[in-house]
Design a protein around this ligand. Sequence first.
Ligand SMILES: [Zn+2]
Ligand SMILES: [Zn+2]
Length: 370
Amino acid sequence: MSTEGRAAILEEPGSPAVIREIVIDPPGPNEVLIKLAASGVCHTDLTVKNLHGNGMKFPIVLGHEGAGHIEQVGEGVLGLEVGDPVVIAYRAPCEQCPACRRGDPRHCYMALRPQQRIRRKADGALCSQVLRCGTFSTHTVVHAKAAIKMPKEMPLDKASLIACGVVTGVGAAMNTSPVFPGARVAVVGCGGVGLSVIQGAKLMHARQIIAVDVNPTKLEWARNFGATHTVDASKLDPVAEVRRLTDDGWDGGVEFAFEATGIPKCTEQAVKMVSYGGTATTIGFPAAADAVNLNLGDMATGVYWNKVALRVCHCGDALPSHDFPLLAQLYLEGKLNLDSMVTRTIGLEDVEDAFHQMETGDVIRSVILL
Ligand SMILES: [Zn+2]
Ligand SMILES: [Zn+2]
C-alpha cells in the first residue's frame, strides 16, 4: 500500500522549492521506506537549485542530510526492522566498482541507489532524489545499505548532521589525510565542513589547529570548536600568517592544510601553507571551469621543492556503516560537538528561507524538523 506525505520539491529549472503532496510507493527488494525526523540543509541542495537541477530530472525532492525511522522494509533486507532509527548515507559503497572489488569501499566510484518510488500526487510524476536521498520530505525510499542504524539514545536532529557536513569534515582529517598526533593543521574556511575538520583534527590530537576565514563570527565559532589560533584573511595574508605562527626555525608551515570553501584560490593557499612533505586537501565543490595555479619551483612553497601532496576529499572518504555509528558514539561520549552546529531548527516550508540565510547570514546549519 502506498503512503502519503509532503516534500520540498523543485518543479522546474529556476523555480524556488515548493511544498507538494507526494505519494510514496512501497519499498522494493533491498530498499527501505523511512519516515524522516530531521534533515540538515546543506549547501549542495542550494547548488542543485542554482545549477537548475545539475543534470537531474525534474521534479526533484531536495535534501540529503537526513535521519528518521524505518517504516517499511522491502524484500531481502537484512538487519533492519520497522522502528529502527537510522541516518541516510548518500554514498553507500556499490560493491561492484574496481575499488569495491579490491576491498577498498572507502574509495568506491559510485553508490547504491533505490528505484524511484516518490510521485508528485497532483500528476503522478516520478521524482528524482538529491544524491539518492530526498530528505526534505516526510518520507523517502533509499537502498537498505544506505540506511545506517543509530543507537537508540542518539537524538535524530543531531544525527542528521553526520550524514554529510560532519562526516565530510571529520573524515577529511581521519580518512582522506589522516592527521597524526602532534601534527600542525590549518583549516581554510570555517563553515559547517571546516568546523568539522577542526573537530576531526582535535580528535586526532593535533597540537596546533589554525583556522582561517574572512568572517570574524566564523573565526569565533572555530575557537569554540577547537581551533588554537585564528587568522582573519580579510586583514592578513593567510599563507604568511600560517607560516609565521608555525615558524620553528624550519620555515614554518603545517603538516596538514585543508581547504573547505570550494574557492580555487583557497586551494592554492592551502598548498602554500604546508611544511616540507606536507599534505594539502581540497574539500569544497568546484565549478566546472575552476582551475588552480600550482607553483612548482619556489624554494619555500613550490610543490616540487616543498614536496607537497595534494589530495581530494569526497564525503570524508567515509565508510558509512562504520563511520556513522562511530561519530554517534563520539557525540554521546561528549567528544564530538553537534549541539552547537545546529544554529536553528525550522519547518519544511522554511527551506527557501534557510537557503537565503545560507547565502547571507551567519548560520552553521539549519535543521528541518519533520
Ligand atoms: Zn551535503
Ligand atoms: Zn564501489
